[in-house]
Write a protein that binds this ligand. Structure first.
Ligand code: CMC
Length: 431
């Protein structure tokens, strides 16, 4: 078969150059325009990167039109039902599902690294009692680089693996410490005999004063939520991790930059924003009014938890989590929770409304995840921290892939400069 190419012609000069097209396993092929600037002296303009592939990746595939999400080829539906977060983390990092021994070794390695240096705990004392937990998480993850800087050699595969295991292991400990600071309770140390999600729940909810029993429903739901968030190819936070990492910076600092990018309400902050929105709407009788606000172009209000840059059919994670959300609320005896009723009414009306139908705006994963977190007793401010925790194996797998990819260079986008033309400095007394 002839090699697929695309020819670009400058209609002013008439110059034409043929560019190779790179085919992937699934999904649209990409025109390789690396030499376009040297060929034409032009850049490409693509704000928001809607048509730009910034890398090649073997990790995750999304078909937004068909609502498909694959981690290393495995459909998210199968992983969410049959796998565990640690197994999925292994898969993302290594490319294949582990056998029994490999999973046992990986689990052992993650559990031995759950503790954080005791002095790291002191960092939390520097935060005001009501500091946003994402601010604490970002700062403390970044400060891990102070503990592991000289010892990390990003060019050494074993050093990269150790770093990946450390960050996956320590995220729950740091996240739970931020939670305890938020609620004004003493920090709880990790318990390595518990599962990843069980340990997280124990660090979040156990208190020195009373026994805490881990609810298997909560443990399973949390593990599934972490699986659903584990990777999502080149989203804003992952691209941020790759961009920061492309400079050769400390990987913990690169992951911290991912946390910062995730925090925004258009990305991982949406789960918090959904709950705040439901609180603001307050009552099912006010749904119509808020739907109208979301449609009004002069009103900045958007229906949080609706729409996605890539999914234009449905978000497969939302389909899974919607079911879990109903199960968890049923199990916890909260099926008639007014927030759930309100959310269902909002979903129902929006899905029939022409504005949302025409723009292919469907509920995304964050529309439901916040309802589950709320039912588990997690404060709204803390939701995005759990998203960050889930996304960590994805971030570190993508960082590793970037470091190993010989084609990757420091990330450095270009621009179309639209500022003042060259002009001479005018001394202050002449202005
Ligand atoms: N409510 C009302 N209108 C919306 C919404 C919404 N949630 N989302 C998009 N639109 C409209 C938008 O105004 C635009 O209308 P028009 O074509 O008339 O100008 C059209 O739909 C296309 O929107 P866009 O902003 O060009 O789409 P995008 O791909 O740039 O943005 C998005 C995607 C997720 C940022 C956006 O849909 C949004 O802000 N949603 C709410 C926030 C949210 O739930 N984010 C979580 C995403 S899932 C978690 C994750 O993976 O990070």
């Amino acid at each position: 078969m002839a090699k697929h190419t695309v020819t670009v012609t400058d209609n002013d000069s008439g110059k034409s150059v043929e560019y190779p097209v790179r085919e992937g396993t699934h999904g649209p092929a990409a025109i390789d325009i690396k030499t376009l600037y040297s060929d034409f002296g032009h850049f490409t303009y693509d704000p928001g990167f809607t048509s730009t592939a910034s890398c090649r990746s073997d990790i995750t595939f999304i078909d937004g039109d068909e609502g498909v999400l694959l981690y290393r080829g495995y459909p998210i539906e199968q992983l969410a039902e049959k796998s565990s977060f640690l197994e999925v983390s292994y898969l993302l990092l290594n490319g294949e599902l582990p056998d029994k021994n490999e999973l046992a070794d990986f689990t052992r390695s993650i559990t031995v690294h759950t503790m954080v240096n005791e002095s790291l705990k002191n960092f939390f004392d520097g935060f005001h009692y009501n500091a946003h937990p994402m601010a604490m998480l970002t700062a403390v993850v970044s400060s891990l680089s102070a503990f592991y800087h000289e010892s990390i050699d990003i060019n050494d595969p074993d050093s990269r693996t150790l770093c990946a295991h450390r960050i996956i292991a320590k995220m729950p400990t740091i996240a739970a410490a931020a939670f305890k600071h938020l609620v004004g309770e003493p920090f709880v140390y990790p318990l390595n005999r518990l599962s990843y999600s069980g340990n997280l729940l124990n660090m979040l909810f156990s208190r020195p004063s009373e026994e805490y029993e881990i609810s298997p429903i909560a443990e399973k739901a949390l593990d599934q939520l972490l699986i659903l968030h584990a990777d999502h190819e080149q989203n804003a936070s992952t691209s941020t991790v790759r961009l920061a990492g492309s400079t050769g910076t400390n990987p913990f600092a690169a992951i911290a930059s991912g946390c910062a990018a995730l925090w925004g309400p258009a990305h991982g902050g949406a789960n918090e924003a959904v709950l705040r929105m439901l609180e603001e709407i307050g009552d099912a009788s006010r749904v119509e009014k808020y739907i109208a606000k979301a449609k009004d172009k002069d009103d900045p209000f958007r229906l949080m938890g609706f729409g996605h840059r890539v999914y234009k059919n449905y978000d497969p994670r939302a389909t899974i989590i919607r079911k879990t959300c109903h199960e968890v609320l049923d199990d916890l005896g909260m099926a008639n929770d007014p927030k759930l009723e309100l959310a269902m009414k909002l979903e129902d009306i929006a899905l029939k409304d022409d504005y949302f139908v025409e723009r292919k705006l469907y509920p995304n994963v964050d529309f439901y995840s916040g309802l589950i977190y709320k039912a588990l007793g997690i404060p709204t401010q803390f939701f995005t921290v759990l998203f960050a925790l889930g996304r960590t194996p994805g971030w570190i797998a993508q960082w590793t892939e970037m470091v190993e990819d010989k084609e990757q260079r420091i990330g450095r986008p270009r621009q179309v400069y639209t500022g003042a033309a060259r002009r001479d400095y005018v001394p202050l007394d002449k202005r």
